[in-house]
Design a protein around this ligand. Structure first.
Ligand code: NIG
Ligand code: FE
Length: 412
C-alpha cells in the first residue's frame, strides 16, 4: 500500500471495457431492485477532488477543460469501491493451531467452551499494546484494500477489558476504519458470569467507547450472551448514541431477529440457522440481513437462506466477517463468488449487496457504493473484459488497481 499523495486532483479513467454500478431508487435496495445494476460498455469515470464528477460512455465524453491525469482503462472494468461492513480486523496472534484441530474434527463451539477460540485471541490481543494493535489493523487494512475494499468496518471485542477495548477502537478509527464496539463478544476469564461482566462493560467502558465507535454489537448465542443480556447491552448502547447490531442465529435461533426488530437494530449478521419465521420477520422490517458465507464455509456450517431473504424483500448485505477464528478471509470478491455459487444470488445482486447496501449498514448511503456524480471517488478496476469476473474468478487475482477518494492508492 502506497501513501496517498497530497491532494486529489482530477483523474480521468478512460476507455474502460465496462463499468458496472448499482442503481435502484435509493439505498437500501430490496427484492428485485437488488439486481438492478447499470452496465455501460466503452465508458469512462471522471474523478475530481475526491468525488465522482461524471460517468458515462466514451462517445459522450466532452473535451475536458483544464488538466486531468489520465488512466488507460483498456482491458479493465470499473465497479464501486467495495464496502466491508462486518470485520474483526483488530486482533493479534492467529488461530492456525485451532484451524488444524478443526480440520481433524474438533468443533468451533467445543474449542470455545474449552477456553480456546475467541478467548485465545483475547490473550494475544491484550498482550499486543496500542502500537501493536495499530500495526495489526494497518496490515489487515492493506490486505482488504488489495482485494478492493475501500471502506471497512471493524469491531473491537478481543480486548474485553477497558484499555484494550478502547485501544482497539482507536486503532480502527485511526487506520481509517468505521469502529463498532463489540463489548459483548465473550465473557472474559476474570468474570464469573455474563451479567457481572456486562455491569463492568456498561459502566466502565461504554462512556468512552461511545465517543469513538458508531455502532455496538453483541454475540447472541448459547455459550455467549442470551437475549435478555443482549437487550440490556444494546439498550444502554443505543441510549449512548450507538447503532445496535447483533451477531445472531449463527449456530442456533436464539431470539436475535425479534430482538433486532424490537430495538430497531441496523443489522443482524450471520443467520446460518435462520428459518422461515425469521426470514419473514426480517422482510417486514428495516433490519438488514448481513450474510457471511466465508464464515459458513470456513466452519463448514449451512449457508444462510439468502435467496429466500432477497425474494421476500429483506435488505440483504454481504460481508467477509474477517477474523482469525471463523473466517480468516478478507476478500469480498471471494465472498461474491460464494454468494453466486452457494447463496444463489446473481452477480448483480452480489455487487449491490457488497457496495450500496453495505454502505447503508454503515450509515454511508449517498456517499459510498455507487459510481455516480457526487459520490466519493472510490473505484475498483478489475482485470477483466466483463465486470462479472468479480464473482466468476473464484479466488482469482481479479483486482488490478484501487482508487480511493480520487487517489490511485494501490496497483498490482
Ligand atoms: O463473527 N461469532 C462470533 N464472532 C466471530 C468469530 C470470532 C472468533 O472466532 O474469533 C464471528 O464469527
Ligand atoms: Fe463476526
Amino acid at each position: 500500500v502506497t501513501d496517498p499523495p497530497a491532494g486529489a486532483g482530477r483523474l480521468l479513467i478512460r476507455d474502460l471495457d465496462q463499468l458496472a454500478t448499482p442503481v435502484g431508487g435509493g439505498a437500501p435496495l430490496r427484492g428485485g431492485e437488488l439486481g438492478a445494476v447499470d452496465v455501460v460498455d466503452a465508458s469512462y469515470v471522471l474523478c475530481n477532488d475526491g468525488r465522482i464528477e461524471a460517468v458515462g460512455r466514451m462517445r459522450d465524453l466532452d473535451r475536458l477543460e483544464g488538466d486531468a491525469e489520465e488512466l488507460d482503462g483498456r482491458g479493465l472494468c470499473a465497479i464501486p469501491g467495495l464496502v466491508d461492513c462486518h470485520t474483526h480486523a483488530c486482533f493479534a496472534g492467529d488461530r492456525v493451531e485451532e484451524f488444524s484441530l478443526r480440520a481433524a474434527g474438533a468443533s468451533y463451539e467445543e474449542l470455545h467452551a474449552a477456553g480456546g477460540g475467541i478467548l485465545a485471541t483475547v490473550n494475544a490481543t491484550r498482550a499486543a499494546g496500542a502500537d501493536g494493535l495499530r500495526d495489526a489493523v494497518r496490515r489487515h487494512r492493506g490486505w482488504m484494500l488489495r482485494a478492493g475494499t475501500t471502506t471497512f468496518e471493524a469491531k473491537s471485542g478481543y480486548g474485553l477489558d477497558r484499555d484494550t477495548e478502547l485501544a482497539s477502537l482507536r486503532a480502527i478509527r485511526d487506520e481509517g476504519g468505521i469502529a463498532t464496539w463489540l463489548g459483548a463478544h465473550a465473557v472474559p476469564p476474570e468474570f464469573d458470569d455474563a451479567d457481572a461482566y456486562l455491569d463492568f462493560a456498561l459502566t466502565e467502558v461504554l462512556p468512552e467507547a461511545a465517543k469513538i465507535a458508531e455502532a455496538a454489537d453483541v454475540f447472541l448465542e448459547r455459550g455467549a450472551f442470551d437475549a435478555e443480556q443482549a437487550r440490556r447491552y444494546l439498550l444502554a448502547c443505543r441510549d449512548a448514541g450507538l447503532r445496535p447490531r447483533l451477531h445472531g442465529d449463527q449456530f442456533t435461533e436464539s431470539g436475535a431477529i425479534p430482538l433486532a426488530v424490537e430495538l430497531g437494530a441496523r443489522s443482524v449478521d450471520h443467520l446460518e440457522a435462520t428459518r422461515d419465521g425469521g426470514v419473514s420477520a426480517l422482510a417486514a422490517s428495516d433490519v438488514a440481513a448481513v450474510l457471511l458465507p466465508a464464515s459458513a464455509l470456513f466452519l463448514d456450517r449451512s449457508m444462510p437462506p439468502a435467496r429466500a431473504l432477497v425474494d421476500a424483500g429483506a435488505v440483504v448485505v454481504l460481508a467477509t466477517d474477517f477474523n482469525p477464528g471463523s473466517a480468516f478471509c478478507e476478500s469480498l470478491p471471494l465472498v461474491c463468488a460464494l454468494a453466486c455459487t452457494q447463496l444463489h444470488l446473481s452477480p448483480a445482486e452480489a455487487l449491490s449487496a457488497s457496495t450500496v447496501n453495505a454502505a447503508h449498514v454503515l450509515g454511508r448511503s449517498g456517499r459510498k457504493g455507487q459510481l455516480a456524480p457526487g459520490y466519493d471517488a472510490d473505484v475498483v478496476l478489475l482485470d477483466a473484459p466483463d465486470w462479472r469476473y468479480l464473482a466468476y474468478h473464484l479466488g482469482g487475482d481479479v483486482v488490478a488497481e484501487v482508487i480511493q477518494d480520487g487517489r490511485r492508492v494501490w496497483r498490482r
